[in-house]
Design a protein around this ligand. Structure first.
Ligand SMILES: Cc1ncc(COP(=O)(O)O)c(C=O)c1O
Length: 471
């Protein structure tokens, strides 16, 4: 008989201690960090949900793979094992390793973008957008309307609006060198893109003779959503869904720090020989020889093994269940989150949770700090701190005030997540006592990483002891 409980489909062979801290200690540490969670030392964090990027736990097979790494400068067998593993899922002609995803983006945009170019996507991730804009080109986000509304439910909220894409191509295809799709759509809450939407985008691209490139960091999570939610895919294997997704594309950029289950790495894959030749020339200039591209041979081995493990359906079932488990528990408490829960993270709607804090007193920052002082949990503000400062120096509230809780792959167990849920229960009861913040110091760009904050009135959040941690 099938059991209902979905367990972590692994046992733990090697452990890393978590240093427990008291609430008084955390209050001192966050004050010393000027109330900026990026300034904390990570060993002062109990549960670190800052990002799912580069934070995966590697398997015994991946660690064994490291020992096989061949560090030859040129022609290493580790490269060929890496290339074979990529092509097994994504059968592109050319596979070009890079040290991480943004390096692949920079090389690609250096070839295809430039002044006057427009590059549409469902939503460009911020490094992709920055690499497009650095060439003088315009990055255009065309996600469907449902994707912009945190409350609205839709099975594929990451879909690109095909009508708007068609209108853009019809109007100006000569200035569109590529169309991109981010799977899953990170900036939109880790929401998936359907196979029909990928195929629809490809059909338009073919009509206007424009290549389609996938930003494929979370391809396996996207494929699993297709299996669960799209008609006709329930019985298909994830591997076959992955292959079908990429059969519609002419190339991909990849951050291996996500769905290749490793701590560093990436690649650019292309079918076009001429673009690949130019990319390899650029690679030699800034990353390294084409058979290592800024990575060690051992990193390439770990990616090769990670790609086989990430399409394992027991792994994906557990992965999706663990994100959903946190999202559903927060919803049951009454904590508003972006719906439906995405693949790699739960996004808490701080504006709705803390309506007494105006956007420019940073409700997301306030919630992030309160989560840390309450339970040593670190998330990240995605709101007016991150997006509020305008190029002309003025400050505008962001569209949404969110705190992202990203789930590292294979790192935390259900009791860690239960602890996070208990912290939210405590916080929810005391939410009216959470105060806003002001910024006392900030750099001209990307202020969220280094800004200093000050609470607007003395901390009045409850002073009880923290929830019991894993006793
Ligand atoms: C959708 C998406 N694209 C690109 C990147 C950039 O990858 P990297 O951090 O490896 O440079 C990320 C990283 O977070 C991402 O989520």
């Amino acid at each position: 008989m099938e059991m209902d409980t979905i367990i972590e489909p692994f046992r733990i062979k090697s452990v890393e201690p978590i240093r427990m801290t008291s609430r008084a200690e955390r209050e001192r540490l966050i004050r010393q960090a000027n109330y900026n969670l990026f300034n904390l030392h990570s060993d002062d964090v109990i549960i670190d949900l800052l990002t799912d990027s580069g934070t995966s736990a590697m398997s015994a097979a991946q660690w064994a793979g490291l020992m096989q790494g061949d560090e030859s400068y040129a022609g290493s067998p580790s490269y060929f094992r890496f290339e074979e593993a990529v092509k097994d899922l994504m059968p592109f002609e050319h596979v070009i390793p890079t040290h991480q995803g943004r390096a692949a983006e920079r090389i690609l945009m250096g070839i295809v973008a430039g002044e006057d170019a427009k590059i549409p996507s469902n939503t460009h991730f911020d490094t992709t957008r920055a690499n497009i804009e650095a060439t003088g080109a315009e990055a255009v986000d065309l996600v469907i309307e449902e994707g912009l509304d945190p409350e609205r439910k839709h099975p594929f909220k990451g879909n690109i609006d095909l009508d708007r894409l068609e209108a853009l191509l019809d109007d100006d295809a000569a200035h569109v060198p590529i169309v991109m799709l981010t799977v899953t759509n990170n900036s939109g809450g880790g929401q998936p893109v359907s196979m029909a939407n990928i195929a629809g985008a490809k059909a338009l691209c073919d009509e206007y003779d424009v290549p389609l490139i996938l930003d494929a960091c979370r391809f396996a999570e996207n494929a699993y959503f297709i299996k669960q939610r799209e008609d006709g895919y329930g019985d298909a294997s994830v591997k076959s869904i992955v292959r079908e997704m990429f059969s519609h594309a002419d190339g991909m950029t990849m951050s291996a720090k996500k769905d290749a289950l490793v701590n560093i790495g990436g690649w650019l894959a292309l079918d076009d020989d001429e673009w690949a030749r130019e990319a390899r020339n650029q690679l030699i200039l800034t990353e390294g020889f084409p058979t290592y591209g800024g990575l060690a041979g051992r990193d390439l081995e770990a990616i090769a093994v990670g790609l086989q493990e990430v399409v394992d359906e027991d792994y994906l079932e557990y992965r999706m269940a663990s994100t959903r488990y946190l999202g559903e528990a927060l919803t049951d408490i009454g904590v508003p989150i972006v719906q439906p829960v995405g693949g790699h993270a739960v996004y808490v709607n701080a504006k709705a949770l803390l309506p007494h804090i105006p956007p420019l007193e940073y409700p997301g920052q306030a919630l992030g700090v309160a989560l840390y002082t309450t339970g040593g949990i670190r998330g990240v503000e995605i709101g007016s701190v991150m997006f509020g400062r305008q190029p002309d120096g003025s400050e505008e509230p962001a569209n949404m005030e969110l705190v992202r809780l990203a789930i590292p792959r294979r790192v935390y167990t259900q009791s860690h997540v239960d602890y996070v849920i208990e912290c939210f229960e405590t916080l929810y009861d005391r939410r009216s006592e959470i105060q806003g913040y002001e910024i006392t110091e900030e750099p001209p760009q990307l202020r969220h990483f280094t800004a200093h904050f000050r609470p607007l009135s003395p901390e009045t959040v409850h002073r009880e002891s923290s929830p019991k941690a894993l006793e």
